[in-house]
Design a protein around this ligand. Structure first.
Ligand SMILES: [Ca+2]
Length: 96
């Protein structure tokens, strides 16, 4: 299954800051894992800018000029142990 999330700034170019508070996704070996992908734009899920998995909290990042960012969480059928998932905060800033 997968879940998609969008942060949309209604067409205005902005800086979008992402800070992860918690991160714990299933990552076992090289085949069975759950992932969080992200990219710029709206409803464009085919060209992720990055992908995270495992239990290390990803570094904060800023998209300097974007009107939207999307996240796609994908979980495969395997579940070797329970994981917390993820939590993040975002901040929208004006472009000067
Ligand atoms: Ca899984």
């Amino acid at each position: 299954m997968s879940c998609r999330y969008e942060i949309d700034v209604n067409g205005d170019l902005s800086s979008i800051s992402i800070v992860f508070n918690d991160f714990d996704l299933e990552s076992v070996g090289i085949n069975d894992y759950d992932t969080l992908q992200y990219g710029m734009g709206t409803s464009i899920y085919n060209n992720p800018s990055g992908e995270f998995t495992g239990s290390d909290i990803p570094p904060a990042f800023v998209l300097e000029t974007s009107s939207a960012v999307w996240f796609k969480f994908t979980s495969d059928i395997n579940n070797f142990k329970e994981h917390r998932g993820f939590s993040l905060d975002y901040t929208i800033g004006n472009i000067k």
